[in-house]
Design a protein around this ligand. Structure first.
Ligand SMILES: Cc1ncc(COP(=O)(O)O)c(C=O)c1O
Length: 447
């Protein structure tokens, strides 16, 4: 005889199978609200004229939201783009110079990455078939992680499905108050990437935000009394994705050391581009009190992400990080691209020098034209235009002239700081950069 499910509110009914996946301490509560799938179909609500089901018009809700985005000039649309070699892109049949992708070294079209992608797929299949803990931990994972740990000068490394997924799931594992013994104090740079914010939110911690790259402010916050001796974490990026400026890594490491904090660094935009052998600004820092994550999806030309850390923390993450436990392992082809990129990156000093020179050239020209590039000192060069409408108008004028520079505006960046974010590539020629400078200055000056 099926148990009579607790009355209406169909939203509160959960299948037993779902409840089985809930966190252990919530199981008691979930069980009371659980019906089996069979019971659910048998379930007939008691007649209650006051509790008629609400037939919400969901599409109407989505439509209203989209209309509001339209009205605010913030509606985004997907455009089909065929990325070409040589820093070019095909948009709706037109070839543009691509100043918007994060393929900083042009590795996405490198013949060796493509060859090894095909080779790994042929050898290991198109998919991994399961999560790494089940039977998806193919031999190439071990090779890639060993190469990565060596390159980063880290005791250990762990590959993740993507950078977003890594940040969104590593942070909740690190901030688990049951493991730490107390709720942690988490200090975050104000301009941290959405994935880092997402990870903090998923962990349910309050973010104590310090002014962007302001270590004086961070120190002030760290100096506040911490009577319960709560564990502290500092979470920041080494190169900021929308500003192209760098964090003071040595200063952060010293602060973390002084205040007994754990340092979490996101090297998404530094990996491949900066530091010795292209292994980032935090090379050699990962260890028992520091985790350095980064991606294979930008300068490394492929997809996926990594965490470089101490060996014990790696083991902890394998056991406690939902993004690793509950996700199918990356496909072998993706591991092939990772493997090739890790072999190539240390050999690309000339490309890195060229990329740095492109950045310097663009910044110098912008300064001469009176345009603001903020604190950029890398291959990411924002040109601040303030107003959203102005940023959009400049981006579309550039596009009309065959140059792709996408406008970045709220909510991605704070209101009033809309900009065109130019992402340079070693595949660009000096002529490409000069063409960008000449066109941009002309377009911006147009009334
Ligand atoms: C700073 C930062 N972290 C993480 C990510 C997410 O990485 P992925 O694109 O590999 O998911 C990004 C991507 O834009 C990023 O800019």
């Amino acid at each position: 005889m099926p148990r009579q499910a607790r009355a209406p509110g169909a939203q509160s009914l959960r299948f037993a199978g779902e409840a089985g996946r809930a966190a252990p301490e919530r199981r008691g509560r979930d069980d009371r609200e659980t019906v089996t799938e069979a019971e659910y179909h048998l379930y007939i609500p008691e007649k209650n004229p006051l509790e008629r089901p609400i037939m919400l018009d969901f599409d109407e809700r989505w439509r209203r939201c989209l209309e509001q985005l339209d009205a605010d000039g913030r509606r985004r649309r997907l455009r089909t783009a065929a990325r070409l070699a040589g820093g070019r892109i095909d948009l709706a049949g037109r070839s543009l110079v691509d100043f918007s992708s994060n393929d900083y070294l042009g590795l996405s079209h490198h013949p060796e990455l493509i060859r090894r992608t095909a080779l790994f797929a042929e050898r290991w299949g198109a998919g991994s078939g399961a999560s790494r803990l089940v039977c998806g931990n193919l031999p190439p994972f071990t090779d890639v992680e060993a190469k990565l740990a060596q390159g980063k000068g880290a005791p250990a490394a762990l590959v993740f499905v993507s950078g977003f997924q890594a940040n969104a799931s590593i942070l909740p594992a690190l901030f688990d108050s049951r493991v730490l013994g107390a709720e942690p104090l988490v200090y975050c740079d104000r301009l941290n990437h959405a994935s880092l914010i997402h990870g903090c939110q998923a962990a349910g911690v309050r973010q104590i935000r310090f002014r962007h790259n302001d270590l004086g402010h961070l120190e002030q916050l760290l100096a506040a009394p911490n009577p319960g001796g709560r564990p502290r974490f500092i979470v920041t990026e080494t190169v900021f994705s929308m500003d192209g400026d760098r964090a003071d890594i040595a200063g952060l490491a010293a602060l973390a050391e002084r205040h007994g904090a754990f340092l979490y660094l996101d090297e998404a935009h530094a990996t491949g581009v900066l530091g010795e052998g292209g292994f980032g600004l935090a090379r050699g820092l990962a260890g028992p009190r520091c985790l350095v994550m980064g991606t294979f999806s930008k300068a490394l030309g492929g997809f996926g992400a990594y965490a470089a850390c101490g060996a014990l923390l790696r083991d902890y993450l394998v056991n406690r990080c939902g993004g690793l436990i509950y996700a199918t392992a990356l496909p072998p082809a993706v591991l092939g691209a990772m493997d090739a990129a890790l072999d190539l990156v240390p050999t690309l000093d000339a490309e890195r020098a060229r990329l740095a020179a492109h950045g310097d050239r663009l910044r110098a020209a912008m300064a001469e034209a009176g345009l603001d590039t903020g604190a950029s000192s890398t291959q990411i060069v924002p040109v601040f235009l303030g107003d959203e409408a102005r940023a959009l108008a400049v981006a579309s004028a550039l596009e009309a002239e065959g140059l792709l520079g996408v406008a970045i505006r709220p909510p991605t960046v704070p209101a009033g700081t809309s900009r065109i974010r130019f992402a340079l590539s070693a595949r660009h020629s000096e002529e490409d950069v000069d063409r960008l400078i000449e066109t941009l200055v002309r377009v911006v000056r147009k009334p």
